[in-house]
Design a protein around this ligand. Structure first.
Ligand SMILES: Cc1cc2nc3c(=O)[nH]c(=O)nc-3n(C[C@H](O)[C@H](O)[C@H](O)COP(=O)(O)OP(=O)(O)OC[C@H]3O[C@@H](n4cnc5c(N)ncnc54)[C@H](O)[C@@H]3O)c2cc1C
Length: 294
């Protein structure tokens, strides 16, 4: 499908042939599979296989990936545990296709019908800020800008921005699903829809609605030195590591010194996390279908 908007880098990032897909797999097996479990959640390290666009385009199959990794385990037993974690991700991929097969409306209808009464607020201004990477929460903005500029976003950050959109911004997950679908180089009707429903809590075996990621905590944990944020949100580049996740806490004198003007060069946070979380939980608790259950 056509390159996502703004994705000028995509052609260089994703050399497009079957041989390239197999080279990428071999490179991953040689260099990164042995540390997959420890590093798979680290957008700053970026050591996952990056095979999803190739799997999506049919340039490599899940079985080829499976057998190549299994062969590597035969030769290098010590990688077995990490390799197994990696292979289990391929299981999620198949689970998504199974869901789409049984629920052809996966991308458009809540699998859990109680969410049909969810009073999404769908505030246009908030959705726009999220799309443009201008929410004032650095990890969210880094991910959304990476997506916009390259057609790619690390899985951990996909989860964080999806939770933020649906829960803190109370925006219908379908708006996020469409935005991702039109921009991701690995855009896939089953993978994208299942994962959005998982993050929103509306799907099968989904993360529960009350599991609301804190974008600051996630940022401190998974991008500890802010290397990922610095790449995609250059206006925060000169903040010390301690403040890169919470620029609004920076001293005004420091901001002046590094040319950071909150509200001008970088936005103030668009919502208060604590308040937004409480509103999201209250709306969920008050869903009529849930009250009947209780
Ligand atoms: C909101 C959201 C939307 C997503 N949309 C898509 C999409 O449109 N297309 C897509 O391929 N993936 C999607 N994913 C899943 C996941 O983010 C990507 O598959 C992964 O980031 C690809 O990077 P990788 O190949 O380096 O993964 P690795 O970590 O190397 O994993 C290997 C393979 O396992 C599969 N896999 C890994 N994580 C998942 C997952 N959560 N669900 C299903 N399969 C997985 C992929 O095929 C991936 O290539 C989405 C995730 C979220 C949270």
């Amino acid at each position: 499908h056509p390159l996502p908007e703004g994705a000028n880098a995509a052609e260089q990032d994703w050399p497009c042939s079957e041989a390239d897909a197999h080279d990428m797999l071999q490179e991953f097996i040689e260099n990164n599979v042995a540390r997959y479990s420890q590093e798979r959640d680290r957008p700053d390290k970026d050591t996952t296989s990056r095979l999803s666009p190739y799997l999506r385009a049919g340039l490599i199959s899940a079985r080829q990936v499976w057998h190549a990794v299994e062969d590597a385990v035969q030769k290098h037993g010590h990688i077995a545990e990490n390799a197994w974690t990696f292979l289990s991700e391929l299981g999620w991929r198949d689970f998504a296709y199974t869901q789409l097969f049984y629920h052809p409306t996966l991308a458009t209808e809540n699998l859990r019908p109680e969410f049909n009464d969810m009073p999404w607020q769908n505030t246009q201004k908030l959705l726009h800020a999220w799309q443009q990477g201008q929410t004032g929460y650095p990890l969210v903005d880094a991910g959304m800008r990476q997506l916009y500029q390259t057609g790619w976003m690390h899985n951990r950050v996909r989860m964080v921005v999806a939770s933020f959109l649906t829960k803190h911004l109370l925006t219908d997950w379908r708006k996020g699903e469409v935005w991702f679908h039109n921009r991701l180089v690995d855009a896939d009707p089953a993978q994208n829809a299942m994962n959005w429903q998982w993050c929103a809590g509306t799907g099968i075996d989904a993360s529960p609605w009350f599991r609301i990621f804190n974008p600051v905590g996630q940022s401190e944990k998974f991008d500890p030195t802010g290397a990922y944020i610095r790449t995609w949100v250059p206006e925060l580049r000169n903040l010390p590591d301690k403040l890169i996740h919470t620029p609004w806490k920076a001293d005004p004198a420091l901001c002046r010194q590094i040319g950071l003007h909150l509200g001008k060069t970088y936005p103030h946070p668009i919502v208060d996390l604590k308040e937004a979380r409480a509103v999201a939980l209250a709306h969920y608790k008050n869903l009529p279908a849930r009250q009947k259950e209780d």
